[in-house]
Every structure is written in C-alpha cells, then in structure tokens.
Design a binder for this molecule. Structure first.
Ligand SMILES: [Cu+2]
Length: 682
C-alpha cells in the first residue's frame, strides 16, 4: 500500500481526534448505568441503514421529505454520488463505482441499460416506493452475487397486515426555486388482518439548474432539466397464519432528461420492475423463515442528441436490459447459532446499439453494437452463521460460491469483438467465491467490530464486452476485454462505537487490497470511433490497487431538544504502475445542529471538502476546497386525525460556486436553492 506522508498525517489526525474525544468522556462512562448497545446487536452488525423519508413515514425529522432518493443515499459516509447533471446520480460505495458493488431492490437484481452510466438502478425508483436502504460493507454484501465494495439493498415500503382495518393516505406537493422543480404525488395505504395494499404516485418536473455565483460566468447549467413519473403498488395476502403472498410492481418513466456533463441527453428511460414473493413463517422447528421471490424487470434507455446545437456527428444510442431472477432464503436459530442460507439466480440480457448519421448526406450511416446482445446467467449459494459466543462476543461467518456465465448472442457483436480478439469464443464461464468473518465485542459503552473478507467479481458487460464506449472525462473510447480474470479483493474493516446517554462516537476504517484490478489503459495505433476522442483505452488489469476509507462521527445531546452532530470522512486510492485511482473522495466534513420538539424541527448544517487528489490519467482536474451552509425548518399542524406538514429550507445559503470531486466533467454543483414541501396526511 502506498500512502504519501501528507495523506497519512490526515488519517492520523482523524484517529487522534477520535481517541481524544473518548478520554474526554471516559469519566461520564462510569456514571452511566444503561447499556444502550446491548439491545442493538443484530445479525449484521456492520450494516448501515438509511431511513428514506417519504410522506407516509417519519417525515417530520427529515429536512426535505420530497428530496430525491440520491440525496438520501448521499448522507451515508460510505457513499458518494457521481453527478452527471441534476438527475440519476451514480452511487459509489467505499470509493468504488457501481461495477464493484451489488445494487438490489428487495433482493432483486436489476441492470442498467445505458453504456454511459446515465441510469443507475437507483434512478428507477422514488422515495415513496421505499422505506430503507441497507448498506453492507465488502464481502458481507455477497448475498446476491460477487462484490468487491459491498451492497446496497433498497427495501420496499409497505404497511403490512394490521389488526384493524384501516385506510390511510397522503397528498403532497413541493417546489424548489433553483431549478423550478415541481413535485406532486399521493400515497394510499390499506391494511387489514388478511390483506394490505400500498399504492403511490410521484411526478417531478425540473428546468435547468443554476450554479452558485461566479463573476463573468453564466450560472445556468444548460441541459440539466428532467421529467419523471413513478407509480408503484405492493399488495400482500395472508393464506393462513404462517403463509403470505406478496406482489409488487414499480413503473418508472423519465423523459427529456438533460446530462450537462455528457455530450448527449436522454429522451426516454423506462423501467418496469415486478415481483411475486412467498413467505412461510416457522415452517419447521429451528427454521423461523422461508422466503422465496421470483422477479422480472425490463429497462429501456434511449439517448438523444437532438437538443445539442453542435455535435461532430449525430448518433442514436438506445439500450435495453431485461432480467429474470429468483432467490430463496432460509433463516433459523439453533442453540447459539443464528443462520441464514440464500440461493439466488438471474438471467440478464443486455443490448445496446449505436448508429452514426454523418453530416454529409452522401456518406452511409454506421451501425454497431456497443453491448453485443449479452446473456449473463448466474446461480449462487450464500450461507452465514452468527454465533453468540458469550454476552460480549459475537462471531459472524459467511461464505458463498456462484457460477457466472456470459454468452454473446449476436453474430455481428461477436465478429466485431474478434477484430480485437481473433480467438474469441461466444461463451465464458467463471466461478465466483467469497468468504468473510466479523467479530464483535461489546462491553459497557463500547462496541468494537473487526471484519476480514476475501471475494471476487466478474467483469461488467462494459468491461468485458463494451465496444467503443466514450468516456468524456478522459475523452477516450473504451473497448471491453473478454479475457479479463476475475477481480479479487481482500478487505479488512474495523469500527469502534462509544455510547452513553448523551454522547455517541463512531470511528470506522476499512482497507481494500485488490488483485487484478480492472481499469482502462491507452492502446496506441488504433483510431477511436468518436471523431473527437483522444484515442482508445482497453480494459486491463493492474496487479494490485488499494483503497482506504475512514470516517468518524460524534453525536452529542447536551440538552433536551438539541442535537449536535459532527462527521468527517476521507478516502485514499492508489493502484500499481503509478495509477492514481479516479473519483476518490478527499477529506469531507459536516457540522450540524438540530432542534426538535414534538411538532417543530430546525436544522442548520455546514458541509465542506478539502481539495481532491485528482487522477490526471483519467481526466480529473483538481477542485478547490469549499464549504456550504444549509438551513431547514419543519412544522406539523394537527387537525383532528389529519396532519399538515410544512417544510421549508435553503440549501447553499450563500450561493457558493463549487465543484465537488464527483461532479463529472467538472460541471458546477447547484447554487442557492429554496424549497417548500407540503404534505397532507390522513
Ligand atoms: Cu445513456
């Protein structure tokens, strides 16, 4: 691992600050009688859970209940969001882009349909569809397939069965001043002892956003508008006391989505996500749950450059992704063991095309497959056992194995890739494996957790089979490499939590050592397809690469109603051959003060960043340090059994001009934004 002195100093400073705080509060520890942590130990101790605010749930304490899902995910210290505009941010887990993590919705695998990553699967859902995001670090996220960084599972919102028959619902409206975003929607929930159903609808429409103020510069970010419709339904039926059937559907459609950081926009991004689930409680002695789901989802993505006045060549670039899948999970307890086994599988088909229409009408159109109609078939088994060794010590062991097969279905696609790989066969099978263990020790007010894992992943469709995919950041056309080995990772996580009545401190560090790290490297002598590109890069493998993630958080409640939060995080990424890994978060911090009473809530926060360690090889520029101030206010009015919640606030209060390390192509972030959310609930 290669860390320069300056960065090491920063890490040490963070750790020193943490240990200083601990000794400061050691005195108070003796006085505390309640052990808050003892009840909170569950099977996944290293999991992080983000509550997604929406009009049906815990809306008062959220700043902006009608904000995007992206803005909720961004709150996790494990996640950064790559922004290519105001829409469809790409979640990076532990400093790694989406190829290296497993993204699921209620355990369902969904694959994006865009070769340029305009549509991470998080862009096909809405807050109203969801209740939680569960984040698992490293190999503990391998339940549904091979991963390096971990997993993000978005959990569907549902009312569930209730003893009393009850109909509830909400209607909401929001406005954001910066991009004139209008948000409208409604939810309807019915519950009874035998049956429940939840239906929701959300509509968003936004114009171009404005960056902060910078002299002699227009602050309108062209091509950053979007329109999104989302409708979802989930319903459950109780067959008897033990057995339940649930069906779920999400339909999401975005139109006229601008991507200021890319040379193209999107005229249509559409998803249909469906599932049927069967749950059997206590089927056998020692087995508490047997849950089985079958699912199907289909995504259509159509790129569009017709709104761009000047392009070197007009292009049509549609993409499609279809996935059939299932999982079946058994969970149970036996003496000191809590165990779980999951068998899962999917068949995905990914296809993407590019047609170029030359400006000269006498020249012929050019057609190619950028994803050559690839089928991916995966089946895997994962098991875990959580052993309570004694009241202080818990050991979690998990492991799994999967078979992963890629097949090129298109003759044209196969022949195109044979220009680079003459001996290429249409099929490739890989074995994926993972094993990990976590040890948790809690005593009095302390909880320590240590995790170690090993696992691997298959290359993504773009990495394995992509054909002339333009990356505007470094301005190279990327070509996939079907001969790549599996990328492997060894990761170590350590976290320490200290908790007394009024004070909580959490420090966490994890280290990923990756072998055969997949990354694009320039290849001379082959011209690019995109006229303006610098050249081509082929996916290759570095012998090794390392990423370190660190974070600390302090929460202090000195008086009733008041909470103060400070958190800081820092990442570092370095590969062999002097490769600085791209898109690695510099030192980030957030200071926050909250005042909350029963029906009233105020929140003031300041977040900022140091300058980034940019990777010139991947077209990154250095971004200046910044600090952004935000204010939020919520008030709840109760009228009989009905509630009206009014939320208002200002983001980027001082209209600061800033660019974050994860603003793709250096497009500036949003300037001052005043918002109002109105939620009526019955
Ligand atoms: Cu796209």
């Amino acid at each position: 691992m290669i860390v320069n002195i300056q960065d090491m100093k920063q890490i040490l400073l963070i750790l020193f600050f943490f240990s200083y705080e601990i000794s400061l509060f050691a005195q108070q520890k003796k006085d505390s009688t309640a052990n808050i942590l003892s009840d909170s130990l569950t099977i996944h101790q290293l999991d992080e859970v983000i509550v997604i605010g929406n009009p049906s749930t815990n809306y008062l304490k959220e700043n902006k209940a009608l904000g995007s899902l992206d803005s909720y995910l961004e709150r996790s210290k494990s996640i950064n969001m790559i922004r290519r505009g105001a829409y469809a941010w790409e979640p990076m887990l532990n400093g790694m882009s989406t190829e290296r993590s497993i993204l699921t919705i209620d355990g369902m695998k969904i694959f994006h349909a865009c070769t340029d990553k305009m549509d991470p699967i998080t862009s096909y859902v809405e807050n109203t569809n969801l209740s939680l995001a569960k984040i698992k670090e490293g190999q503990s996220g391998s339940e549904y397939g091979g991963t390096i960084a971990g997993s993000i599972d978005l959990i569907r919102r549902k009312t569930g069965f209730k003893q009393e028959k009850k109909l509830t619902g909400s209607a909401f409206a929001g406005f954001e001043s910066n991009n004139k975003q209008q948000i409208y929607g409604a939810t309807l929930n019915y519950s009874s002892p035998q049956f429940f159903t939840d239906i929701d609808f959300t509509y968003r429409n936004a114009k171009n956003y404005q960056s902060g103020y910078k002299s002699n510069q227009s602050n309108t970010i062209l091509y950053s508008q979007f329109t999104k419709y989302n409708i979802s339904a989930i319903t459950g039926f109780k067959i008897n006391d033990k057995q339940v059937i649930e069906a779920s559907l999400i339909y999401d459609k975005a139109t006229d989505v601008g991507y200021p950081a890319l040379p193209m926009d999107v005229s249509l991004a559409r998803a249909l996500i469906t599932s049927l689930q069967y749950t059997y409680k206590n089927p056998l002695k020692n087995i508490s749950l047997w849950e089985t789901k079958i699912y199907y989802n289909t995504i259509t993505h159509v790129m569009d450059d017709s709104h761009r006045p000047i392009v070197p060549i007009r292009m049509d670039m549609p993409g499609w992704s279809k996935t059939h899948g299932f999982y079946s999970t058994l969970a149970g307890n036996y003496t000191i063991h809590s165990f779980k086994a999951t068998l899962s599988g999917y068949l995905n088909n990914s296809l993407a095309e590019m047609t170029m229409h030359p400006n000269n009408p006498n020249e012929k159109d050019m057609f190619m497959l950028t994803w050559p109609d690839i089928n991916t078939l995966y089946t895997g088994l994962n098991v875990e056992d959580n052993i309570s060794l004694n009241e202080h010590l818990q050991l979690l062991i998990q492991g799994g194995v999967g078979i992963h097969n890629n097949k090129i279905e298109s003759e044209l696609g196969l022949n195109s890739l044979r220009l680079f790989y003459p001996d290429l066969t249409p099929q490739k099978t890989r074995i994926l494996k993972n094993i990990s263990t976590q040890l948790s020790y809690h005593h009095n007010n302390f909880l320590y957790q240590l995790g170690i894992g090993y696992g691997d992943r298959a290359p993504s469709i773009s990495e394995g089979y992509g054909f002339y995919l333009l990356n505007v950041n470094d301005n190279f056309d990327y070509i996939g490499n079907p001969n790549l080995n599996n990328e492997q990772s060894i990761n170590v996580t350590f976290s320490s939590t200290y908790n007394i009545n009024k004070f909580t401190a959490i420090a966490k560090i994890n280290y990923f050592y990756m072998i055969d790290y997949i990354i694009g490297k320039p290849k001379n002598g082959i011209p690019p397809m995109n006229i303006t590109a610098n050249g081509i890069k082929i996916y290759e493998q570095l012998n090794s690469a390392s990423i370190i993630n660190t974070s600390v958080q302090f929460k202090y409640k000195p008086f009733d109603y008041w909470t103060f939060i400070t958190d800081m995080s820092y990442r570092y990424g370095q590969g062999a051959e002097n490769t600085i890994l791209p898109l690695i978060q510099p030192f980030n911090y957030r200071l926050e003060a909250k005042f909350e009473k029963k029906s009233f809530f105020i929140d003031a926060s300041l977040n900022g960043s140091s300058k980034n360690r940019n990777s010139i090889e991947f077209g990154e520029t250095q971004k200046s340090p910044y600090a952004i101030a935000n204010l939020a206010l919520s008030k709840k009015f109760n009228i009989n059994n009905q509630h009206l919640i009014v939320k208002t606030g200002v983001e980027n209060l001082f209209n600061t001009y800033y660019i974050t390390f994860d603003d793709w192509f250096g497009i500036p972030s949003m300037g001052r934004n005043i918002y109002v959310n109105l939620i009526y609930k019955f």
